[in-house]
Design a binder for this molecule. Structure first.
Ligand SMILES: C[S@@+](CC[C@H](N)C(=O)[O-])C[C@H]1O[C@@H](n2cnc3c(N)ncnc32)[C@H](O)[C@@H]1O
Length: 277
C-alpha cells in the first residue's frame, strides 16, 4: 500500500472503468481544456514529454503528434482500465508508451524530459510536494512543466450542481478539506505555488481559463451520468438506487435551465499552470 492507495483503488474500481468506457465522450467534453493546456505546454518536434495522469491517453496521443517521430512521449497513470484504452489508442505509434505507475514514486529516468504535462492528473497526491519532487527529477535542466487543473469548487457548477442535488438527500457531511486529494485540491494558486517551488520548480505562472462543459445531450442523460462519474457519484456510491433515482429526477429539473443548442452546458473554471525547472 502506498500513501496514494485510496486514489489508486478508486481509479481502478468502477470509476476507472467508467472513465475508460466513456473516454471518447469525456475527451469531447473537455476538448477545449486539452487544447489550451497543450498550447501552454507548447510541445516541439523532437522533444521528450511525460504526461502525468494520462488516463485514456488522448493528450498523450496529441503530444506524440506534436513531437513527431524524433520525439518521445511517456504516459503515466495508476488506472489499469484507462491505460488499456490509452495503449489501444497509441498502438503503432513509435514514440509513445505508457506505464502503470504512481507518479509520486515512479522511478523516472533522471533529467530525461523536456516537458512534463498533465490535464487534470496532478491533484490526487496525498503528499503533493513529495510527488512533485519526484516529478521534478525527470525534467531536464531548463525544462518545463505545464498542467491544467480546476479552480475552486464554487467556481465550477459542473461539480456543484450534481453535488448539491446529492447532498440534499444525505445526512450532514463534514466540511471537506479543500486541500484533500481530489479534483479541486489545486484550486489555491498560493498553495500550488508553494508546492511547486518547494519541489524545485521556478515560480509558476497561473492563467485563468474560463470555459464551459457540455455535460450531456439532454437534462435526463446528463443527470444519469452525474450519478455514475464525478463528485456526486462518489457521494452516492454506497447509497440505494432509490436515492440515486431521486437525485437524477431533481438534477434533471435543474439541468433544464442549462439547455443550449449543444446540450446541457455549464460553466467550468480552470487554472493553466506553467513553470520552468
Ligand atoms: C481526472 S482523470 C484525468 C485523466 C486524463 N488526463 C484526462 O484528462 O482525461 C485523473 C487521472 O489521474 C490519474 N492518477 C491519479 N493519481 C495518480 C498518481 N498518483 N499517479 C499517476 N496517475 C494518477 C487517474 O488514474 C486518472 O487517470
Amino acid at each position: 500500500m502506498t500513501d496514494n492507495a485510496d486514489q489508486i483503488a478508486y481509479w481502478n474500481a468502477a470509476s476507472g472503468h467508467k472513465w475508460a468506457e466513456d473516454a471518447e465522450k469525456l475527451d469531447a467534453m473537455m476538448a477545449e481544456m486539452a487544447a489550451v493546456a497543450i498550447a501552454a505546454a507548447s510541445p516541439r518536434a523532437g522533444e521528450s514529454v511525460v504526461d502525468i495522469g494520462c488516463g485514456a491517453g488522448a493528450t498523450a496521443v496529441a503530444l506524440a503528434n506534436a513531437v513527431g517521430p524524433e520525439g518521445r512521449v511517456l504516459g503515466v497513470d495508476v488506472s489499469a482500465p484507462m491505460l488499456e484504452v490509452a495503449r489501444a489508442r497509441g498502438a503503432g505509434r513509435g514514440p509513445l508508451s505508457f506505464v502503470e505507475a504512481d507518479a509520486a514514486t515512479a522511478h523516472f529516468a533522471a533529467a530525461s524530459a523536456d516537458l512534463v504535462f498533465s490535464k487534470f492528473g496532478v491533484m490526487f497526491f496525498v503528499d503533493p510536494e513529495a510527488a512533485f519532487r519526484n516529478i521534478r527529477k525527470v525534467v531536464k535542466p531548463g525544462g518545463r512543466l505545464a498542467f491544467i487543473c480546476w479552480r475552486t469548487l464554487k467556481e465550477n457548477p459542473f461539480a456543484t450542481l450534481p453535488m448539491g442535488a446529492a447532498l440534499k438527500h444525505l445526512p450532514p457531511q463534514p466540511s471537506p478539506d479543500p486541500n484533500a486529494p481530489g479534483p479541486f485540491a489545486f484550486a489555491d494558486p498560493v498553495r500550488v505555488g508553494h508546492i511547486l517551488t518547494a519541489a524545485g520548480f521556478q515560480t509558476p505562472a497561473f492563467a485563468h481559463f474560463d470555459s464551459t462543459m457540455t455535460v450531456g445531450r439532454t437534462p435526463a442523460a446528463a443527470a444519469k451520468e452525474a450519478v455514475l462519474v464525478g463528485m456526486a457519484s462518489r457521494l452516492l456510491a454506497n447509497e440505494p438506487q432509490a436515492m440515486k433515482d431521486q437525485v437524477i429526477a431533481e438534477l434533471t429539473e435543474i439541468y433544464e435551465r442549462h439547455v443550449t443548442p449543444a446540450g446541457v452546458t455549464v460553466p467550468a473554471a480552470c487554472w493553466v499552470v506553467t513553470a520552468s525547472a
